[in-house]
Design a protein around this ligand. Structure first.
Ligand code: KG4
Ligand code: ZN
Length: 375
């Protein structure tokens, strides 16, 4: 079965065709993040207008291959939430129009659940407990490399941080999440304080990498400038809103003491931005890894899946891998970076495994949808 996926929940306009939930036939993503870099963050109206501009070229591109043309498509899947209302509507109305004209089934998709399904796609990296990486290939049966239930999944994106247990494709239970800011939001807000561009995650990651290249003998254990709230509490909750205040204080303090221009010089000399970036990254990564490991020990899943934009973070992937090696878990999956961030292949894959078409007239945007919310 070939499903055309459409994703327009935020500042990415994406369309993809995926076969049987695992094989990507086309995958096109256009991002307006460069426009938002100029304003230091997303202005919803600007993002929505850009969705209108991008949607048709993106669709045309994703369907240019003969295998992806209308007659070869069996169904259409579209993100209905969560996300920005103006952005969501562009994808939804496009999908409804196609469903009506082509007389093809349409499947509404929860964006957060779809992030998890990037791990079912054929290119997802799978790591065994002994640290051996097994890449899926067309020569091996897919089932061997697919996540095995029960699954524990950590979804870390720009607006959400959720830990969920999946008994099967239909049964998803929320077991924890953030009490305030999402992990990606913490990266974005801290980057802004440090004068790094939007989106903050990749910018902080690159600055931290620079720090390690300049200080090759620095041990990650020494990076403990910022708090890791709730890390020792017996629950699966996170809190990231205090981090930006801690960073702000650290950056502002020497400035305030020295007052004026001389102060800003002191900030530059005494606190390197790349060190602060490495500290921010380590604080976020540490919290995510420690709390997830606590859940892995309690729920004993057969597979642990990392998903969402923040899962593209190299340090997070490394730390999970090194810690999971010593734990009881069988396998750890993480999608390649381009399938961690917003894309439509995950939407199409999610629709294959959760095939519930509805009448196009009943499809509505749901900006506040939660990971376990009813569509
Ligand atoms: O899943 P996503 O693409 O969009 C949402 O659904 O929100 O996630 C975007 C978030 C942003 O906060 C961005 O800063 C973060 O993912 N992100 C990263 C990295 N790449 C993207 N955070 C840390 N390290 C990265 N390499
Ligand atoms: Zn997302």
């Amino acid at each position: 079965m070939r499903i055309l996926g459409i994703e327009t929940s935020c500042d990415e306009t994406a369309a993809a065709v995926v076969e049987d939930g695992i094989k990507i036939l086309s995958n096109v993503v256009a991002s307006s993040s460069e426009m938002h870099a100029k304003t230091g963050g997303i202005i919803p109206e600007v993002a929505a207008r850009q969705q209108v501009v991008s949607i048709l070229p993106v669709m045309q591109n994703a369907m240019s291959n003969v295998k992806c043309q209308m007659s070869n498509i069996d169904a259409i899947a579209v993100t209905v939430g969560p996300g920005l209302i103006g952005s969501l509507l562009v994808g939804i109305e496009t999908a409804k129009t196609l469903s009506y004209l082509w007389k093809k089934p349409i499947i509404p998709i929860n964006h957060l659940v779809a992030h998890i399904y990037a791990n079912w796609i054929d290119t997802s990296e799978q790591w065994t407990v002994d640290g051996e990486q097994k890449k899926t290939s067309h020569h091996t049966p897919h089932t061997i490399h697919q996540p095995q239930f029960p699954v524990l999944a950590l979804v870390v994106s720009g607006g959400h941080t959720d830990l969920v247990l999946m008994k099967n494709h239909r049964k998803l239970t929320w077991i924890g999440g953030t009490r305030d800011d999402a992990a990606g939001e913490a990266f974005d807000k801290c980057a802004r304080i440090l004068g790094l561009p939007y989106p903050g995650g990749p910018a902080i990651s690159a600055a931290a990498e620079k720090y390690f290249n300049q200080s090759p003998f620095t041990n990650h254990h020494l990076l403990n400038m910022f708090p890791r709230p709730l890390i020792n509490e017996v629950n699966y909750d996170w809190s990231f809103s205090g981090l930006k205040t801690a960073v702000l204080r650290r950056v502002k303090e020497p400035f305030d003491k020295a007052q004026g221009k001389q102060g800003s010089k002191i900030v530059k000399e005494k606190l390197s931005i790349s060190l602060l970036a490495a500290e921010v990254q380590e604080a976020i990564v540490d919290s995510l890894v420690e709390k997830s490991l606590r859940a892995i020990k309690e729920f004993k899943p057969r597979s642990f899946l990392l998903a969402g934009g923040v899962a593209a973070n190299k340090r997070l992937r490394e730390k999970f891998l090194s810690r999971i090696k010593t734990e009881i878990l069988q396998v750890f999956h993480v999608p390649p970076a381009n399938l961690c961030t917003d894309n439509a292949a995950s939407i199409a894959s999610c629709a294959f495994y959760n095939y519930h078409p509805v009448d196009w007239k009943k499809i509505k945007a749901n900006p506040g949808l939660t990971i376990v919310g009813e569509i």
